[in-house]
Design a protein around this ligand. Structure first.
Ligand code: UDX
Length: 434
C-alpha cells in the first residue's frame, strides 16, 4: 500500500518508518528542506533509540523515501497521514491547528485519486469535521474520507510502542475508510494488537482523555508523596500496595518532580479548552494542571531547604535536564522551572545531561553545562537528580565525597536506596520516602 506521511517530526517519522518496516511503500514529507536533506543523508532530526538504524534499513529496501513536495508525494497514495505539530497556542493554551489546516488545504488542492486522510496529530474534537469541510469546500471531485487515528507513542520507546501497541484506535465514519485502515495495520494484527473502531469524535477524545488520565495518575501519586513525607510513610510502598489492585495497576505511579514533555502539558490544557468551549468543565484535570505547575517550583524550594534555607552563591549540580530519559526533548521539562527557582534564589547552576544539553543551553544560557557527571558535581554544595537516566543509577558515592564540597544529594526520582546513601555518608533527600 502506498502511504504518504505529512510532517516528519517525532510522530510522523516514527510512524512512517515503522509502516515501511511492515512492508508498506511510505514517503515521509516535510516542508523543511534542510530536514529532508538531512534525512536523505541519514541524519535524524531527533534522538530516538533504534530509529536511525530502522530508517537506514527501510531506505535501503526502497520502502521508505523522503520528500519536501506534498503535491508530488500524495499522488497515488491510498492513505495520507497528517502528522504535523499542534503546539499550545500562545495566550490561550488551545491547540494551534494552523499547520493541520494548511496541510488539509494543500491536500485538497492536489488530490487526484480516492484517498483516506488520517489525522495522527493530536487534534481537538471536531477537527476531523473541519478537515472534511476544507476538502469539500475545495470542490475536488475526488472521493476522500477523513479518519482519526491517534498515536500513543512514548518518546524513548516509540518504535516498540508502534510495533507492539496496547491498542490501535480508528475513528472512521464509513466502511471504506475502516477497510483501508484495517489494511494499513494488518501486519500488527499478527501481534494481537486490539483494534478499536469508533466514531471520529470519540477517537479524537480518546487521545486527550488517555493523556489527561495518565497525568492525573502521576499527579495523584505526587501529592501522596508529599503526604508520605509528613506522616512518615514510604510512597513507593504505598504505590505498590495500591498498584497490585488490578483495577489501579502499578504503572505511572512513580512520584517525581511533576510531569513534562511534549504531550501531557499541552494536551491537558487543550482538553480544558475544549471542555470550556462546550460548557462541560473537567475540574479534576484543572486541578491536575495547577498542582503539576506548582510542583515544579516546589521542587526547587525543596533543594533550597536541603541547602539549609538559602541558595545564595551556592553551587548546585543538576543531573538530567530532559523531561525524561532516552530523549533529547526539553519541552516542558521540570528541570527548567526547578533551575529557574534556584537561579532566582542566587544559586550557581551546573548541569549535565547525556542528550539534552544542546537544547537546554539555548533555553537556559545562565546554566553552565558540564562535560560529564563528575565534572558537574565538582565543588557542588548540592547535587540534584532530576532525570533518571540509566547512566546516573550507579553513581559513585565515594567520588561525591571526593569531588563535591558537601555530600548533599536530592534525588527527585527515588533512584537510590536511602539506607545505602546514608551509610555512604551522603546527606540524602528523596521524594515521599522517610
Ligand atoms: C506520553 C504518553 O505516555 C504517550 O502515550 C503519548 O502519546 C504522549 O505522551 P511521553 O510524553 O513520551 O508520552 O512520556 P511518558 O513516558 O508518558 O512521561 C511523561 C512525563 O510523566 C515525564 O515527565 C515523566 O517523567 C513523567 N512520569 C511518568 C512520572 O513522573 N511518573 C510516572 O510514573 C510516569
Amino acid at each position: 500500500m502506498k502511504i504518504a506521511i505529512i510532517g516528519s517530526g517525532y510522530v510522523g517519522l516514527v510512524s512512517g518508518t515503522c509502516l515501511a518496516d511492515f512492508g508498506h511503500d511510505v514517503v515521509c514529507v516535510d516542508k523543511d528542506e534542510a530536514k529532508i536533506a538531512n534525512l536523505l543523508a541519514g541524519v535524524m532530526p531527533i534522538y530516538e533509540p533504534g530509529l536511525a538504524e530502522l530508517v537506514a534499513a527501510n531506505v535501503k529496501a526502497e520502502r521508505l523515501s523522503f520528500s519536501s513536495s506534498l503535491a508530488a508525494s500524495i499522488q497515488g497514495a491510498q492513505v495520507v497521514f497528517i502528522a504535523v505539530g499542534t503546539p499550545a497556542r500562545r495566550g490561550d493554551g488551545h491547540a494551534d491547528l494552523s499547520y493541520v489546516k494548511a496541510v488539509a488545504h494543500e491536500i485538497a488542492a492536489n488530490i487526484k485519486s480516492p484517498t483516506v486522510v488520517v489525522t495522527k496529530s493530536t487534534v481537538p474534537v471536531g477537527t476531523g469535521d473541519e478537515i472534511e469541510r476544507i476538502l469539500a469546500a475545495s470542490g475536488t471531485p475526488v472521493a476522500c474520507s477523513v479518519v482519526s487515528n491517534p498515536e500513543f507513542l512514548r518518546e524513548g520507546a516509540a518504535i516498540g510502542d508502534f510495533k507492539r501497541p496496547d491498542r490501535i484506535v480508528i475513528g472512521a465514519e464509513d466502511e471504506w475508510a475502516r477497510n483501508v485502515m484495517t489494511e494499513v495495520y494488518r501486519p500488527l494484527f499478527l501481534n494481537k494488537a486490539p483494534i478499536l473502531f469508533t466514531s471520529r469524535r470519540s477517537a479524537e477524545l480518546i487521545k486527550y482523555a488517555s493523556n489527561a488520565f495518565l497525568a492525573t495518575k502521576i499527579t495523584f501519586i505526587n501529592e501522596m508523596a508529599d503526604l508520605c513525607e509528613k506522616v512518615r510513610a514510604n510512597v513507593q510502598d504505598v504505590a505498590r500496595g495500591m498498584g497490585l489492585d488490578n483495577r489501579i495497576g502499578t504503572k505511572f505511579l512513580h512520584a517525581g518532580p511533576g510531569y513534562g514533555g511534549s504531550c501531557f502539558p499541552k494536551d491537558t490544557l487543550a482538553l480544558l479548552k475544549t471542555a470550556e468551549e462546550f460548557s462541560s468543565p473537567v475540574r479534576l484535570v484543572e486541578a491536575v494542571v495547577n498542582v503539576n505547575e506548582t510542583r515544579k517550583r516546589a521542587m526547587g524550594r525543596k533543594v533550597i531547604e536541603a541547602l539549609g534555607g538559602s541558595a545564595r552563591d551556592k553551587r548546585v549540580a543538576i543531573l538530567g535536564l530532559t523531561f525524561k530519559p532516552n530523549t533529547d526533548d526539553m519541552r516542558d521539562a521540570p528541570s527548567i522551572a526547578i533551575i529557574q527557582t534556584l537561579l532566582d534564589a542566587g544559586a550557581d547552576v551546573v548541569a549535565y545531561d547525556p542528550e539534552g544539553m544542546e537544547a537546554a543551553a539555548r533555553l537556559m544560557p545562565d546554566v553552565t553545562m558540564a562535560t560529564n557527571v563528575y565534572d558537574a558535581i565538582e565543588a557542588a554544595d548540592a547535587i540534584v537528580l532530576v532525570t533518571e537516566w540509566d547512566a546516573f543509577r550507579a553513581l559513585d558515592f565515594g567520588r561525591i565525597h571526593d569531588r563535591a564540597k558537601a555530600p548533599v544529594l536530592i534525588d527527585l526520582r527515588n533512584v537510590y536506596d536511602p539506607a545505602q546513601a546514608r551509610e555512604a555518608g551522603i546527606i540524602y533527600t528523596s521524594v515521599g520516602r522517610p
